[in-house]
Design a protein around this ligand. Structure first.
Ligand code: ELM
Length: 283
């Protein structure tokens, strides 16, 4: 059909730890939106699928070619970064993080990137056809850029990975995993509350768990109104790929009666979950 192709961003994370001149390790992972699809351990020669559809629409041969490219890349990377560390006299231990990926927007050109961080701070990224320093990068980054940009073969390969391979792979893997990525899983919700020691206050907690996708809404309600003292928690992952959210409210014990927690999520449509606070919820 001509319907706009919806996709999700494809992200690759690499963490390389350099302990001394002769020892380092590199680990990686690939994510489609908030779902991890590959893992690449330092101890393994192969990039492992975490989902049956993690090969997307690539043929076995295309995938084998990529695996080979990344095996060569990983050993070259360790060697080259040790050499750079020597050139700029970096202190050990140090950590390099690479964040790369692409996002395919319906009806416009894909956006791709590689960002490199040293000791947690961004230093270099790939732009157009070459490596460039971030605006506030330390001086010594210039020396590294000269060497990096001298390697025309790698620059060409990086452009091919960013402009062709990544968007093609992202489309294919989204297509292959569509039913799982677009699944809707309803949350469960429950209330707990505890007396705040040394006061006549209660800390009420509304727990919302097991939902997918990530966006969810929860509020403490009083007399049909959103309670302004509601404290939003972060939405954090469960171990099974679903999400967990809690909202809390600190109230005087005598004001707890009549409070309710209201929960909404895309899986619920307009059928919000409403839970009324009761003494039985005290723990
Ligand atoms: C091509 O990561 O230099 C494939 C590259 O040896 C794929 C990249 C995908 C990434 C360092 C230490 C301390 C403080 C700061 C630093 C600076 C950190 C700067 C990091 C710059 C690289 N650069 C990031 C590239 C590393 C490997 C390359 C290179 C390697 C092998 O290249 C040789 C030839 O030189 C080349 O012309 C070509 O013939 C090639 C054919 O195999 O062989 N290049 C590649 O492997 C995305 C990662 C996802 C998270």
């Amino acid at each position: 059909s001509d319907a706009p192709q919806r996709t999700l961003p494809l992200h690759c994370l690499q963490i390389s730890s350099f302990t001394n001149r002769s020892w380092s390790r590199t680990d990686g992972s690939t994510w489609l939106g908030d779902v991890q699809i590959h893992t690449w351990s330092h101890d393994s020669d192969i990039i492992r699928y975490l989902k049956p559809w993690a090969g997307g629409t690539f043929t076995d041969q295309q995938w084998e070619q990529l695996q080979h490219l990344f095996r060569v890349y990983r050993s070259s990377f360790s060697r080259d970064m040790q050499e750079f560390a020597r050139i700029v006299q970096a202190d050990y231990p140090f950590e390099l993080q690479l964040f790369a990926g692409c996002e395919v927007h319906p009806g416009s050109i894909p956006e791709s990137f590689i960002h490199v961080a040293f000791q947690g701070s961004s230093i270099v990224h790939f732009q157009g056809t070459s490596w460039v320093a971030v605006p506030d990068a330390p001086q010594w980054v210039g020396k590294i850029l000269q060497v990096l940009n001298h390697d025309l073969g790698t620059r060409a390969t990086v452009q091919w990975l960013l402009n062709d391979t990544c968007p093609q792979f992202a489309r294919g893997v989204f297509e292959a995993g569509k039913s799982e990525l677009e699944k809707q899983v309803k949350p469960e919700a429950w209330l707990t509350g505890a007396r705040t020691p040394g006061s006549d206050h209660l800390l009420l907690v509304c727990h919302v768990s097991g939902f997918y996708p990530k966006p969810a809404w929860a509020m403490w309600m009083w007399g049909g109104q959103e309670h302004p003292d509601t404290q939003q928690g972060d939405t954090v992952p469960n171990t099974d790929g679903t999400w967990y959210l809690r909202v809390t409210l600190d109230v005087a014990a005598e004001q707890a009666a009549g409070l309710a927690c209201r929960v909404n999520h895309s899986s619920l449509g307009d059928q919000d979950i409403i839970l009324h606070w009761g003494e039985k919820d005290l723990v």
